[in-house]
Write a new protein. Sequence first.
Length: 230
Amino acid sequence: MGTLSFLRPAKKVPTAWWSAEDPMTTKPKMSTLTILILGEWIFGTGDAILIAADIGNTPWTVLAEGIAVNIDWSIGQATFLVSVAVLFLWIPLKEKPGIGTILNAIIIAGAIEVMVPLLPTPESFAIALLQVSLGIILIGIGSGMYLTANLGPGPRDGWMTGIQRVSGVPIGRVRILLEIGVLIVGWYLGGTFWVGTILFAITIGPVVAICLSIAGHLGSQDGSNLNTDQ
């Protein structure tokens, strides 16, 4: 493997020195919790950057914005509402949330709530595209950090995997159907769907995969846990 092998997209979530051995633990290591919280804040900040760019949000944020418009809440508050609602949908699927699941709902919504008012509105479409690109990169970095912490999936990811387990439908198809469904509902409610949404949909998979590979490289002295060849 070459010197840039850590940029090879990971095919699964790698194990790092900070990863929790048990995702359901109630007493994670401080390093694990720190990586988790920092990753989720970075993720939420990336989402906020996309919102501020105003040329299209992520599908779930399109839904949150649509809800916010109709009930006169902020997008951050609506994001938290959506996360809580999705957690209730875990119940019939018999999914169990971890510490990371609960913190995901709180911290990402909190980051959006804090950061959106502080971010500039782009003065040109080109700057807006650059802002969206930065947001996508931060979402990828945040995902790589909180996923490798291994303290439970986010509310939306857990709902997705729960549906897959119960229905037997391939996980990729479940994800696509959920993303399209929430996007349509959010757009109908008044959420922002445009070129930023499309750019996110096209690039987020590879960006997260590369960030997971980098996290696996940083979390291992010999790089043996990258899981890029499976």
